[in-house]
Write a protein that binds this ligand. Structure first.
Ligand code: 5GP
Length: 205
C-alpha cells in the first residue's frame, strides 16, 4: 500500500493556521488527510476540548512521554511544552493517509531532520501590523505576551528558507486554495531569493 505524505504547517501564533487547517480538512481535498492532535502542558483556553484541540497533560505526563520516546518531535513554546505523539502519525501514514502537523518552527525542523521527505509549509501574515491586530483581537494575551508573540514571529520568519512553501494568509479562501495546491503538488516551491526577501521585509517592519 502507498504510504501517506507528511505535511508540516508552521507560522506565527495568531496567523490563522488553525482555521486554515480546519477549512482544508473539511473541504474537498481534505479527504484522506488527518490532523495530528498535539500534547501540551499549556492550560486549555475557553472552548478548547481535551483530545480535540490538544491532549492537555501535566508536566510529569509530558516528561514520561519523552522518556518513552513517544514524540515525533517536541519543543518548548512560550514556557509550555508541546509535542506530536508519534504512534498515531506513523499509523496514519502506513494506512495511506496524508497527515497534517500544525507545529512551531523548532518542531518542524526536527521533523524535517527525521523525515526528509516531509513537506514544510510556512503561513505568513500579510504584515506584522496585521499580525499584531490579530493577536490583540484574540483578547487572551496580556500586552507583554503580545510583544513576546510578535518577537517570536519575526524570529520564526527568519528561518523561512528552511521551508518548501510559503502561503500568505490574506484571504482565507485564497490561502486554503493555495494549501490545496501544495498538497496536490501544484504549488510553486519557495525559492531561496524569495525566502531571503521575505525574512528581510519582516525583520525591517
Ligand atoms: P497555542 O498555544 O497558541 O495553541 O500554540 C502555540 C504554538 O505552539 C503554535 O506556534 C503552535 O503551532 C505550536 N504547537 C502546537 N502544537 C505543537 C506541537 O506538537 N509541537 C510543536 N513543536 N509546536 C506545537
Amino acid at each position: 500500500m502507498k504510504k501517506g505524505k507528511l505535511f508540516v504547517i508552521s507560522g506565527p501564533s495568531a496567523v490563522g493556521k488553525g482555521t486554515l487547517c480546519k477549512r482544508l480538512l473539511s473541504g474537498s481535498g481534505g479527504a484522506g488527510m488527518e490532523l495530528s492532535v498535539s500534547m501540551t502542558t499549556r492550560k486549555p483556553r475557553p472552548g478548547e476540548k481535551d483530545g480535540k484541540s490538544y491532549y492537555f497533560v501535566t508536566e510529569g505526563e509530558f516528561r514520561s512521554q519523552i522518556g518513552k520516546g513517544g514524540f515525533l518531535e517536541y519543543a518548548e513554546v512560550f514556557g509550555c511544552m508541546y509535542g506530536t505523539p508519534k504512534e498515531p502519525v506513523l499509523a496514519a501514514l502506513d494506512r495511506g493517509s496524508n497527515v497534517l502537523l500544525e507545529i512551531d518552527v523548532q518542531g518542524a525542523l526536527q521533523v524535517r531532520g527525521n523525515y526528509p521527505e516531509s513537506q514544510l509549509v510556512f503561513i505568513l501574515p500579510p504584515s506584522l501590523a496585521e499580525l499584531r491586530r490579530r493577536i490583540r483581537h484574540r483578547g487572551s494575551e496580556t500586552q507583554e505576551q503580545v510583544a513576546r508573540r510578535l518577537d517570536k514571529a519575526v524570529s520564526e520568519i527568519a528561518v523561512i528558507s528552511e521551508y518548501d512553501y510559503a502561503v500568505v494568509n490574506n484571504s482565507l479562501t485564497h490561502a486554503v486554495a493555495e494549501l490545496r495546491e501544495v498538497i496536490e503538488g501544484r504549488h510553486d516551491r519557495l525559492e531561496a531569493a524569495e525566502a531571503a526577501d521575505i525574512a528581510k521585509r519582516f525583520a525591517g517592519e
